[in-house]
Design a protein around this ligand. Structure first.
Ligand code: COA
Length: 247
């Protein structure tokens, strides 16, 4: 991948680890970062791999860049600058993990909500202070957060200005696990290691079916039909059975 201005990318054969890297602005998401994250998405759509997203320093991301937001108007809102990016991230073929150290506020929180799984340090804080700036959280929080933690807690965050600590986020199911800062990256990579052992096609179809709205037994059956016919499934199951026979 090309050199980035706002991201650090650790590209490996079985994953991409991307660090939001504008520490001087607490990793605030500006247009350059949006553009660069679209490039990351394009790469992952071309060559599907799990994605690990994290923030440089002791912050995940302090939101959309407020200096840019100040100058944005109706036309920019209708372009869905952040919402379309976060939707694209949510629809990436293979799982996405956000490793959140410190603040994930505003658009930073929405970016974390768009990932499939979140890990956090004890210092992590999730919040959507947009109304205090005269705007709303319009890049997915109004529905994604409600899906993740329920409408009651989502309303406390979005309307009541409640900030969720890491422990609260874990209790509400927003965060899978709270991990001390120095262990966060290793723990997140261990999660991706587990994913890397699974069949990419099985993960991809599971994610598609899981994220499809409503009940969809036909989609489940169709996805399974594809997987049951794969050579990869035959190899994996045969290896399992042969291991048992030889032990
Ligand atoms: N957009 C643009 N710049 C931001 C920013 C944002 N969302 N968040 C922080 N910055 C900048 C600050 O303006 C400051 O710039 P400066 O050094 O040129 O003055 C720099 O990042 C450091 O911020 P500071 O507030 O001094 O850091 P902190 O460690 O004391 O506090 C936060 C961190 C995240 C609590 C605080 O920066 C904050 O509240 N940010 C805004 C959060 C927000 O409202 N997000 C919603 C946006 S929709």
């Amino acid at each position: 991948m090309s050199e980035f201005e706002t991201l650090l990318v650790d590209e490996r054969p079985d994953r991409l680890a991307v660090t939001l890297n504008r520490p001087q602005a607490r990793n605030a998401i500006n247009l350059a970062m949006v553009r660069e994250l679209h490039e990351v998405c394009a790469e992952l759509e071309r060559r599907p791999r799990p994605l690990l997203l994290t923030g440089a320093g002791d912050v995940f991301a302090a939101g959309a860049d407020i200096a840019e937001l100040l100058e944005r108007g109706r036309d920019e809102a209708l372009q869905g600058i952040n919402s379309r990016l976060f939707d694209r991230i949510a629809r990436l073929p293979l799982p996405t993990v956000a490793a959140v150290a410190g603040y994930a506020l505003g658009g930073g929180a929405e970016l974390a909500y768009a990932c499939d799984i979140r890990l956090a340090t004890p210092e992590a804080v999730f919040g959507n202070p947009e109304p205090a700036l005269g705007i709303m959280a319009a890049a997915g929080a109004c529905w994604r957060l409600a899906e993740l933690v329920g409408r009651s807690v989502a309303k406390q965050v979005l309307l009541g200005g409640r900030r969720l600590t890491a422990a609260e986020a874990e209790r509400f199911g927003l965060v899978a696990e709270v991990v001390p800062g120095p262990e966060l990256a290793a723990r997140a990579h261990a999660l991706l290691d587990r994913m890397a052992k699974s069949s990419p096609a099985a993960l991809r179809l599971t994610k598609l079916v899981l994220d499809a709205p409503g009940a969809h037994p036909v989609a489940d059956d169709l996805a399974q039909a594809v997987l049951l016919e794969s050579a990869d499934k035959r190899e994996r199951m045969t290896a399992f059975l042969e291991r048992r026979r030889s032990s």
